[in-house]
Design a protein around this ligand. Structure first.
Ligand code: ATP
Ligand code: LTN
Length: 347
């Protein structure tokens, strides 16, 4: 093969990029797992993408935290990625703060992000209502750092839950604006959101999203919950006064449980309804608890093993940061040139 044919071949083999991050803001929940992590693993295992998955530790600083608790949660989030099936031999796994280009591009993109568009972000509005005594600038500019996370790697798809869609849209807007000013610099990313598990609700208030920072432990299933805890929480899950296991308008509780059952078993919601025809909510809640406990058990065991092996976690993070940083620098070099900064001396 001559060199042009070889180059053509290499181009053809270039895989699409999948990238996503998770914040170390609490124990990772069933919502995070079904809405995001399980898709990260599927995408990784399809072999069709080059994948980057990371812990958004810089984003976690936007909320007041206890430093030693945060450090523990960062290790735990890394252990959870591995425990859920992210394989550092197949995907680049790293901590956001270990790749300095994120903060650098984040700042540059701040200068191409408008005050008005940041003020419209739902997450900013929710979090500034929730943490009214700490509406800091980082909370406000959170989306431009997230845009940097995505755009640094020329990402094609971003597997996330529904709540992150707006952040991906603003990343697309920022990239389009920048490309418009300076010529093609960033790939425009697409969100990847699956239907059944895009928004898993709280077990206590099914009108609200299941959120790892929820202070009510009964509202959330975490990947570290024991079988017993999982089954108890499902038994207590809030539902309406009906009894038929059927999706319906205003039946948020049962809709959520059917969604969870369907996502965990890979059945359609109609198949779930058929399986539980003639059975009541009580039986169904127990069955939900059981399938979820079966799914979480091996994950929990692997996470606990990884958490006992900090050296291994540190080696994974170090290697991932080196790999990610090399890729990120290519985009940074382009950006420096485009905006008129002087190329950094290479040491
Ligand atoms: P926090 O409570 O700190 O806001 P969170 O539980 O919302 O945390 P994130 O770290 O913000 O979790 O999200 C990690 C990933 O999980 C994102 O892709 C997000 O869209 C997804 N996700 C979070 N909660 C849910 C949910 N209830 N259902 C489906 N996906 C979810
Ligand atoms: N904002 C996201 C976490 C996040 C992210 C990203 C997700 C930070 N950077 C890049 C996808 C791509 C969240 O709260 N889940």
């Amino acid at each position: 093969m001559n060199s042009t044919a070889l180059a053509e071949e290499a181009k053809k083999e270039k895989k699409k990029i999948s990238l996503s991050f998770i914040q170390p803001s609490g124990n990772i929940t069933l919502g995070n797992y079904l809405g995001a992590l399980s898709n990260w693993v599927k995408i990784q295992d399809s072999g069709e993408f080059d994948c980057l998955y990371a812990v958004a530790d810089l984003h976690a600083l936007t909320v007041r935290h206890d430093p030693s608790e945060l450090r523990k949660l960062i290790y735990q989030a890394l252990a959870t990625l591995l425990g859920c099936g992210i394989d550092p031999e197949k995907s680049i796994v790293f901590l956001q703060s270990h790749v300095h280009q994120h903060a650098e591009l984040g700042w540059i993109l701040d200068c191409y992000t408008m005050f008005g568009e940041l003020s419209r972000m739902t997450q900013f509005k929710d979090k500034s209502a929730k943490y009214a005594d700490n509406i800091n600038a980082g909370l406000f500019t959170y989306p431009s750092l997230m845009a940097a996370d995505i755009l640094l790697y020329q990402t094609d798809v971003v597997p996330v839950g529904q709540d992150q869609k707006q952040h991906i849209e603003i990343a697309r807007d920022i990239a389009t604006r920048f490309n418009g000013l300076y010529g093609n610099t960033f790939k425009i990313p697409e969100p990847y959101i699956t239907k059944s598990s895009a928004k898993i609700a709280s077990l206590v208030d099914p009108t609200k999203k299941m959120s790892k920072s929820d202070t009510n432990a009964n509202a959330i299933i975490t990947v570290l919950d024991t079988d017993d805890q999982i089954i108890k929480k499902f038994k207590r899950a809030v539902t309406d006064s009906g009894s038929e296991v059927k999706m319906g308008e205003g039946k948020d509780g049962i809709n959520n449980l059917i969604g969870i059952y369907s996502a965990v078993t890979d059945m359609t919601t109609e198949e779930v309804e058929r399986q539980f025809e003639g059975k009541g909510y009580g039986d169904f809640k127990l069955a939900c608890g059981e399938v979820v406990a079966d799914r979480i058990r091996p994950i929990r065991e692997r996470i606990l093993d990884y958490m006992n092996n900090k050296d291994y976690l540190e080696r994974v993070a170090q290697r991932g940061a080196e790999q990610a940083s090399r890729l990120a620098q290519r985009t940074m070099d382009k950006v420096f040139k485009k905006v008129g900064l002087v190329a950094k001396p290479r040491g």
